[in-house]
Design a protein around this ligand. Structure first.
Ligand code: COA
Length: 259
């Protein structure tokens, strides 16, 4: 499929989705969000085992939602913007059964940091800078930032980042647990691909169930332990489980049939 605002490339089980509006620091306009939805959906539905999302150019992952697009919005339009974005992209990614790694290669601000936070985990390059600057524009984060940032860094740090609208650098993000690893910019994609390869050695079917169980811990009204029990039980009916346990007992590497 051809996209105007993103690139999507498949190689050896990994789909790399690149937001490709470098002149606008990869700002997320509505068309880009729709294309991202399609690209994530099709990677989740094909035999992709890991998705890496990154930004084009050396400066930005994503510098936020496209401010020029919503500057004149009404109350209703503002609410719709957040609702549509969360449904199409941010909640959608978080609940995908295929693992999503955000490779944060520069500015990840506003919707950019929210995109990285909706991904299953994050790695960053040394030049990355992250923040939720929305209150400096008279608005609040609307793509899940007020919920996911406190989950990841704790309430006090999230309050400070959102109230000050400031940016933190890659090392501080590492210290906060917002990103898992920091590497040089030229090593970022190879590093993310190496992590993806490690993930791909394991059962995609089991990983999908693990994502569901982990996410249940962060959903109001869900009992994560119950979800875990259910997903754990389901694993016993899968071909991947038969292969994984048989391979262990036969002292060979598992060749998982799933996905
Ligand atoms: N929405 C729309 N356009 C954006 C954008 C955004 N979120 N972020 C950057 N751009 C555009 C700029 O308007 C500029 O376009 P132009 O060349 O047509 O004028 C281009 O991207 C380059 O950005 P510029 O500001 O010139 O780069 P810089 O290196 O001086 O500053 C930033 C980089 C990231 C600090 C600055 O672009 C910025 O503060 N962006 C907005 C961040 C933000 O508030 N995001 C949250 C939105 S809710």
């Amino acid at each position: 499929m051809n996209y105007d605002n993103i690139l999507s490339e498949y190689s050896n089980g990994i789909t790399t989705i690149t937001i490709n509006r470098p002149k606008k620091l990869n700002a997320l306009n509505i068309d880009t969000i729709k294309e991202l939805h399609e690209a994530f959906k099709s990677a989740n539905d094909d035999d992709t085992k890991v998705i890496i999302v990154t930004g084009s150019g050396e400066k930005a992952f994503v510098a936020g939602a496209d401010i020029s697009e919503f500057a004149n919005f009404s109350v209703k339009e503002g609410g719709n913007l957040a609702a549509e974005g969360q449904e199409l992209l941010f909640d959608f990614i978080e609940n995908l059964s295929t693992p999503v790694i955000a490779a944060v290669n520069g500015f990840a601000l506003g919707g950019g940091l929210e995109l990285a936070m909706a991904s299953h985990f994050r790695v960053a390059s040394t030049n990355a800078r992250m923040g939720l600057p929305e209150t400096s524009l008279g608005v609040i984060p609307g793509y899940g930032g007020t919920q996911r940032l406190p989950h990841l860094v704790g309430k006090g740090r999230a309050m400070e980042m959102i109230m000050t609208a400031g940016m933190i650098d890659a090392n501080q993000a590492l210290n906060y647990g917002l990103v898992n690893h920091v590497v040089a910019q030229e090593e970022l994609l190879p590093f993310a691909e190496k992590l993806a390869s490690k993930i791909m050695r394991n059962s995609s079917v089991a990983i999908a169930k693990a994502i569901k169980a982990i996410n249940a811990n962060y959903k109001d009204g869900k009992d994560g332990y119950k979800v875990e029990i259910k997903q754990f039980g389901k694993c016993f009916g899968t071909e991947d489980f038969a292969e994984g346990t048989t391979a262990f007992l036969e002292k060979r590497k598992a060749d998982f049939p799933g996905k």
